[in-house]
Design a protein around this ligand. Sequence first.
Ligand SMILES: [Zn+2]
Length: 391
Amino acid sequence: MHQSYTENGTADHPVSLLPSMKVHELQGKNSAMSGSLLVSTFVGLLINQVKSSKAAQGLVGLKNLGNTCFMNSILQCLSNTHSLRDYCLHNSHRRDLNRTNTALMEEFAKLIQTMWTSSSSDAVSPSEFKTQIQRYAPRFVGYNQQDAQEFLRFLLDGLHNEVNRVTVRPRATTEDFDHLSDDEKGKKMWSKYLEREDSKIVDLFVGQLKSSLTCTECGYCSTVFDPFWDLSLPISKKGYGEVSLMDCMRLFTKEDVLDGDEKPTCYRCKARRKCTKKFTIQKFPKILVLHLKRFSEARVRSSKLSTFVNFPMKDLDLREFASDRSSSAVYNLYAVSNHSGTTMGGHYTAYCCNPDSGEWYTFNDSRVTPMSSSQVRSSDAYVLFYERSGL
Ligand SMILES: [Zn+2]
């Protein structure tokens, strides 16, 4: 099994940025250089140092406040989400803040800003942020180990609510779009969703799933469109050894039979009929979060699958799962939330690709260490963050 922590911590001094020899080189090569020119060159180098240390920012650990590695792991994945980071760094979120509750988004942005502008590489305490997420979702009160994926959902939901561009939601209507083509119906449903839920968080993370129900008696097909914030993929079992992420996607989208008590009512037969159900992806999000269902049930956690799921780092092509096969849907991996250990005791870390340098780092609470991209795939991988390419 892949070992996710390293103790040889370069975390306190992640990167040495100013090659001090350059000053001497300069002096040697330009011995006739005047003192004041040397001083200004040196100042120039210092400014460069500040600039280049900016490029390596974001390599700041988060203190563990007592079983909060699940939170730290997710925060690091979000901190390395390029557009979300910039949204916070440029204070764009301020434009979108609602008038009522704003504390969670403000604390989140403050934390991201500290992580990306701090001149020190000391670990940051996310305690004020924790206070706000507890206020929003009281189940995160206290210091129990929690599920990272559930935490992510609560957090994104909370942030979304505070920067939702919709302040007055229109009254729900029961419009019927069944006369439209599937594609038009999908678009209508999406714009109806945006009339209520429209934020930077939605822009980035939300996609749309199409489920098609086909009556086995008359062949009538009805479609339903639902927004999704992430996809929870079952881990296919293939005897021994590894499975691929595509296997898990195929299992997720596999045609299901609804029979017995589950029989839906067919619109044409006007009776309950055995139907087949199949998912396709109608709209691909910019950021695709894939949750590998390693736990039998997130809350109870009676068992954990430690199957190695082989996932591509580059060019994950999901076209075969698209409602419209002609749309392109290629993704690159940029962060992973890992869970090591068992259901009884475990630990979360994050592997993230720095959006500025393209280098991978291990974030293990307060420790941040460089890693090779070849180590990113492991049987600890739990939540995968992909960014759509070509956007
Ligand atoms: Zn029917």
